[in-house]
Design a protein around this ligand. Structure first.
Ligand code: GLU
Length: 320
């Protein structure tokens, strides 16, 4: 059974970009007759809040996006993540890393794929037991890193972006599985969850593309097939900036409060993406079948969706 997922992080209010990503994930699985899982990615206790969880459920329902089952939230999955960490450690695949963020930031390096920065230089890769003990005695806390084959090339066909290839070095080299404060890393949690939940189709923003080879490597270590990937274009403001906290007026809650209807917002997104010729209002399911053709992710272009300078006014104008 084809299985997709909505994997929101309850760390803030959903914005237009999240609506776009969740709508496409929903359209994809609904067009394939598959099953959609909702999974709360509340892995980071310091950033996740119950109020955002409630808000995102309300937003998804308002958009008209439903799901078939709900997976256990990441905050409840520690024992399972530990089990995988233990298995990787037993195979000598992970090691404690004592580098601080500050030390790593100070490394100059050529920019790599997206914003990975310089790859991890391997400082703690081959420390002796004595060196580890000395660092620990000095009060250093360790994260856990995965030993990665730096030069091997990872290839996959992205359903929106086509043929992709990168080495793990391009993607930042040895990466963290658990942070020094004990929080499980996104890369680990997302792979173990997608695997356990039978996810076969991942649809997410192209800002996460850089993580995909790392996740594919984890799949290979767990002797599992990775899902198919679609990295969709981002929604940018009129100056080409990614949507962030300062775009609070573009949160779904704020748009709803401004009197905008969900179909107006979806119509704008579809128009910006070239999935319809105008910005005419559109309900979530209306893209499933239009003029005799079924929706397929392959119809989505790679170009970013650039919002008009006054998106709220543009949407209100559509409502007449
Ligand atoms: N929870 C992640 C986010 O909200 C999604 C990660 C993913 O789709 O793999 O950005």
């Amino acid at each position: 059974m084809r299985t997709g997922r909505l994997a929101p992080s309850p760390t803030g209010l959903l914005h237009l970009g999240n609506a776009w990503a969740f709508w496409l994930a929903w359209l994809d699985i609904r067009s394939l007759g598959g099953k959609l899982v909702l999974r709360l990615e509340n892995i980071d206790p310091a950033r996740s809040r119950a109020e955002y969880e409630q808000a995102l459920r309300k937003d998804l329902a308002w958009l008209g996006l439903d799901w078939d089952t709900e997976a256990p939230p990441q905050s409840t999955r520690g024992a399972r993540y530990d089990q995988v960490l233990e298995a990787l450690a037993c195979r000598g695949l992970s090691y404690p890393c004592y580098c601080t963020r500050k030390e790593l930031r100070s490394l100059a390096g050529a920019p790599h794929m997206n914003d990975a920065g310089a790859p991890y230089p391997g400082t703690c890769r081959n420390l002796t037991t004595g060196e580890r003990a000395a660092l620990e005695a000095a009060g250093r806390r360790s994260s856990l890193r995965l030993r990665c084959p730096a030069k091997a090339i990872w290839r996959f066909t992205d359903r929106v972006r086509g043929a992709q290839s990168a080495t793990l070095e391009d993607c930042g080299g040895d990466f963290a599985l658990r942070r020094s404060d004990g929080v499980y890393a996104y890369q680990l949690a997302v792979v173990v969850d997608d695997l356990d939940q039978g996810v076969t189709s991942v649809v997410r923003g192209c800002d996460i593309l850089i993580s995909t080879p790392r996740q594919m490597y984890l799949y290979s270590l767990l002797q599992a097939e990775p899902p198919s990937y679609a990295h969709i274009p981002l929604v940018l403001d009129h100056e080409g900036e990614r949507l962030a906290k300062r775009h609070g007026s573009l949160s779904l809650a704020a748009l709803r409060d401004a009197g905008i209807r969900p179909e107006t917002l979806l119509g704008l997104l579809a128009g910006l993406a070239g999935l319809q010729e105008t910005y005419a209002p559109l309900r979530a399911a209306e893209l499933l079948q239009r003029s005799g053709t079924n929706f397929s992710l392959e119809q989505v272009r790679r170009d970013s969706l650039i919002l008009p300078a006054n998106p709220v006014e543009a949407m209100l104008a559509q409502q007449g």
